[in-house]
Design a protein around this ligand. Structure first.
Ligand SMILES: [Zn+2]
Length: 292
């Protein structure tokens, strides 16, 4: 069975929008295998959040998530663009025996930022919160609850919290996100949507990772099991990939934009330099001649 990497948008009772995300290779290619499990788990959740919010960007749009902290995790960066390509990197401080460190120590004094870049001609949007609480899920919840307009709920899943899961028979990570759409033209029925919302959150809380990450269940089955009693519209799936946006031309343009001092420093009497893409690890070699 081939494991897919997909996002499926859905809508319930025309009042609640949602996405289900289930990731295999797209996540495993990004997550560095040598990291401790608790760090991998945070990285995996960051990827799932990014995809669940940013998978429908249009016109050269890019959606990104940044975490910065003074704890063990220095930086996590994940983005997804309008071609459904996901990239991500993590940088960590030197560590020993961090397996049992709690979330707060891994991301102490941390911030979580979400950034939307939509094409050349539209404005960028960025929002930022301090990371408080005991999980990345609490951090993203406080991000959305601090803004009045959108009511959002995330349930995140990944294999790294579980000893017994095998990557080959399970998805690696994923999420279900629900978003209560703003009440527009709904004067007759102001109370009902909130009741439904609370019930749906309760249903979602009953879903465990064993069920969610199991490849034998299709994403549609999971959604119908959870929300089958409502009027649910399930849209076409979006397949994700890891195609990096880096290119020889882009790297050369960056190098050419540096001043002579910086360039001499880079070459430091060497005949050529090697530039490695921090996302896809592609190596490119340049001589001084190439920069002319
Ligand atoms: Zn690359």
């Amino acid at each position: 069975m081939i494991l897919e990497n997909l996002v499926i948008p859905f809508q319930i009772n025309n009042k609640i929008k949602g996405t289900i995300v289930r990731l295999s290779s797209v996540a495993s290619q990004v997550i560095n295998d040598s990291l401790p499990k608790n760090i991998k788990s945070i990285f995996a959740d960051s990827i799932s959040i990014t995809v669940s919010i940013g998978s429908r960007m249009k016109n050269d749009g890019v959606f990104s998530l940044h975490i910065h902290s003074e704890g063990i995790i220095k930086t996590i960066f994940v983005d997804v663009n309008n071609n459904s390509s996901i990239r991500g990197y993590i940088s960590v401080n030197d560590f020993e025996n961090v397996e049992n460190l709690p979330f707060e120590r891994l991301v102490s004094n941390g911030t979580l930022a979400l950034n939307i870049k939509e094409g050349k001609f539209s404005k960028n949007y960025q929002g930022l919160v301090e990371i408080k609480g005991k999980s990345i899920r609490e951090a993203i919840d406080s991000y959305f609850n601090s803004s009045e307009q959108v009511k959002s709920f995330f349930k995140l899943f990944n294999i790294f919290n579980h000893e017994k899961y095998e990557p080959n028979s399970n998805y690696i990570a994923g999420a279900i996100r629900l978003e209560l759409m703003p009440k527009i033209n709904d004067f007759n029925n102001l109370e009902k949507p909130n009741e439904d919302w609370e019930t749906m959150l309760m249903f979602l809380e009953t879903l465990n990772s064993e069920e969610f990450l199991n490849i034998k269940k299709t994403s549609k089955q999971i959604l119908l099991n959870l929300f089958g009693q409502y009027e649910i519209k399930i849209f076409d799936e979006i397949n994700l990939n890891n195609n990096c946006q880096c290119s020889n031309e882009r790297v050369l343009n960056t190098l050419k934009s540096m001043d002579q001092k910086e360039i001499s420093f880079l070459f430091n009497h060497k005949k050529s330099i090697e530039v490695v893409c921090e996302f896809c690890k592609t190596k490119r070699v340049y001589t001084k001649q190439d920069l002319k």
